[in-house]
Ligand binder design. Sequence first.
Ligand code: FAD
Ligand code: DHB
Length: 397
Amino acid sequence: MAVTSRTQVGIVGAGPAGLLLSHLLGLYGIESIIVENRSRAYCEARQRAGLLEAGTVEVLRSVGLGKRMDAEGMEHGGIYLQFEGERHHLDFRSLTNGRWVTIYAQTEIVKDIIAARLAAGAQIEFSASEVAVSGVTSDRPVLSYLDESGVAREVSCDVIAGCDGFHGICRPLIPNLSVYERTYPYSWLGILADAAPSTDELIYSRHHDGFALYSMRSPEVSRLYLQVPPDEPIGNWPDDRIWAELQKRFALDGWSVGEGAITDKSVTAMRSFVAGPMRHGRLFLAGDAAHIVPPTGAKGLNLALSDVVVLAAALRAALVSQSWELADAYSDTCLDRVWRATHFSWWMTSMLHVAPGADAFESQLQLSQLRYVTSSRAAALSLAENYSGYKPLRFEH
Ligand code: FAD
Ligand code: DHB
């Protein structure tokens, strides 16, 4: 017999979306449980995003999650675009009347929210197995799982939030989903290196051998990415080859990439994916569970966090005031932002990568577009506005 319990919101997944949702609901006095199939250590160490839009930063600050981000995050007022051996600066602050982005790793956001939730006495079940959701078209859906010690548990909820990422169990519970997707013919090899960044802001470089991105995590740690063939075995990339390729793709007279010990190495596929509606009955999807963008536009984490800001307000109206209007609008409200980010991410990706078999016509189009965004104020403003996030995102206290 399973051990039964009761809460208001059952959340599947302790990624950024599930954790922030639980935190925001807590501020509204709404009780939740998070059930996660990985360990806390695994969730806190998974290397992923690093770039936050200004609006995301402002929300995290306004809900009491800004302390370490403000101390350790790095504010950037622009980016560099490099092509044909030249590096151009786009100054977001002057283009957009002061917009900026912040470099603060997803691992750190996850650590900060887990610490805040546990300090508030919230329930997070790490290392759960056999996680399942049922009854989403009733008014008492059930979240069931085996806890870390193998005890079967069933939690009766008012609603379930599927924050369980792209490979989760919640999206398949929505019948008649419309799915829109694109797989790109390349992957990213990402590394973390103990090397002081050799640049003050991120460099997006289009080289005829492929794209490269120079990002960072701290004044001592660099985060770098290389376009590689799809499903590239990591074994093909010993450290020496990675550094040689980075030096080549970022080459600039009188400048070089500072090298150091590589502490993490992984390959990520590039995909656009949008599924809707993001709600079925009492089940709501948020973040990568509903949509994926290729990382070139740095939007995935920002979208995941925007979804749950919208969802928290909708659930407050539904569960505290018995008004389901915001919940009914949830999917459309989120998908509007998602499609804008999907277009921007596709555009950045297509402009900067070299597709296998691409001909000279395609290269000329990419270079023409790069020259345009680095010489026209209007084109640069459009990039800057999309990159730094132009739609206001606010958490109503
Ligand atoms: P996830 O982080 O995937 O979390 C889902 C959670 O659910 C996980 O903890 C998972 O273990 C858990 N889970 C899965 N299945 C189950 C189950 N059955 N039961 C219980 N739990 C389950 N985005 C940006 O905005 N900026 C960037 O700079 C950026 N760079 C990126 C670079 C790389 C290399 C990659 C891979 C991604 C990048 N992203 C970026 C995207 C960003 O990391 C994701 O969009 C973000 O992690 C989505 O958060 P999420 O909470 O929706 O999903
Ligand atoms: C990072 C990742 C991105 O995809 C991007 O566009 C910018 C920064 C990062 O991991 O730091």
